[in-house]
Ligand binder design. Sequence first.
Ligand code: 5AD
Ligand code: SF4
Length: 441
Amino acid sequence: MKKVYIETYGCQMNEYDTELVRAVLMRDGYHMVDKEQEADIIMLNTCSVRDNANRKVYNRIHTLRHSRNGDPLLIGVLGCMATNFRQKLLNDRDLKLDFVVGPDSYKRLPSLIKEVEQSGKSAYDVTLSEFEDYADIYPSREIGVNAWIAVMRGCNNFCTFCVVPYTRGRERSRSPRNIVQEARRLANEGFKQVTLLGQNVNSYHFNGKDFAYLLEKVSQIQGLERIRFTSPHPKDFPHRLLHVVAENSKVCKHIHLPLQAGNSRVLELMNRTYSKEEYLTLVQDIRSHYPGMIITTDIIVGFPSETDVEFEDTVDVMQKVQFDAAYIFKYSERKGTIAARRFPDDVPENKKTERIVRLNELQNQISLEKNRQHIGEFQDVLIEQESTRKSPHDFQGRNDGNKIVIFPAGEYSKGEFVKVKITDATPHVLKGVVINQERTA
Ligand code: 5AD
Ligand code: SF4
């Protein structure tokens, strides 16, 4: 029995895809292992969103080839780099890759691997499909905590900086019936939380049914206690959807709302289809439906031609909105995107650094202040794992707002809810003590 080890980079969609790949391979008799040393085949499920994600993977393949020198080992690249850099990856003699397979071709993995084994030559399939939604594959998940469900794949937005429409192809949604069936099965297996995934999850539509409809349907499933979704696009937030998020007790009160930039001219160059004012109005709208909504964001600094004055608009939006958390990136030109073709990457590296440092400092202050406001609250926490920070004597999980909560370990297990009294806060985590193990919703 061939043993496979998979390493996953990038977004949650990739995490989900790895679970799909595991299911496809296991159905064909492959055995999945947790240690690369035990594997006959190694797969890297890759991300192409920024250049440092690419570089990480190149380095990793070199290391793997080096550490297993001489072994009859197969190494393959899956995911967004596969579609984006197929030729480059396969032509690179140092990498000696055996297969390169894009996000819509995972069902062909077993036959491609056989092809490689028989011919001794590398194989690839990076075809993008308008229809592949993997609705017939039940992902192989780690039992217990959160289950991802991809409700749609691909993207039609064409933000000018973004490679995703090219690496993952056109937008397609799965049927609500098929998604609800999967969610029911997950509830029966003991999952308490599902996260609905899509590159633009709120653009979900299937035969006249929209994302608000889908959220309601999934929330009606008995046994599921928390429904999350990511990532929405600010352009698609009808009041109906805001209502469902605000009113439905199972839908978590957290919205990740990528801003990308605060200046309207830059937003237009990015093809985001909203202005600074429209974004701020949406945030006001969200808060008028639910004042305590946790709002997080993504920001890019140094988009081509962004001036110092325009950058101040991003600072201004950050100050006005008071995000709970922000993921801030330097603009990284991606070959083939509209921005790469039309706008020179002309903001100097030191300017990008200056801007990212400034925003991170501001956000840290805001996050700390926001997190401190939770001190004294009693929160329901879904336990995820032993704490990755500091002490092995701690556990960590997430509250409804998706914030990490750390508390002293006890007789608890993953996937269990505990009631935690928040006693302390940093910019990135909340700390507390378990009050009891009963969840009082
Ligand atoms: N450069 C920098 N950041 C990018 N992102 C997407 N494309 C790029 C790029 N070319 C960021 C966006 C997106 C997040 C997932 O990655 O902020 O929301
Ligand atoms: Fe990276 Fe985007 Fe692909 Fe996710 S969809 S793996 S973030 S490039």
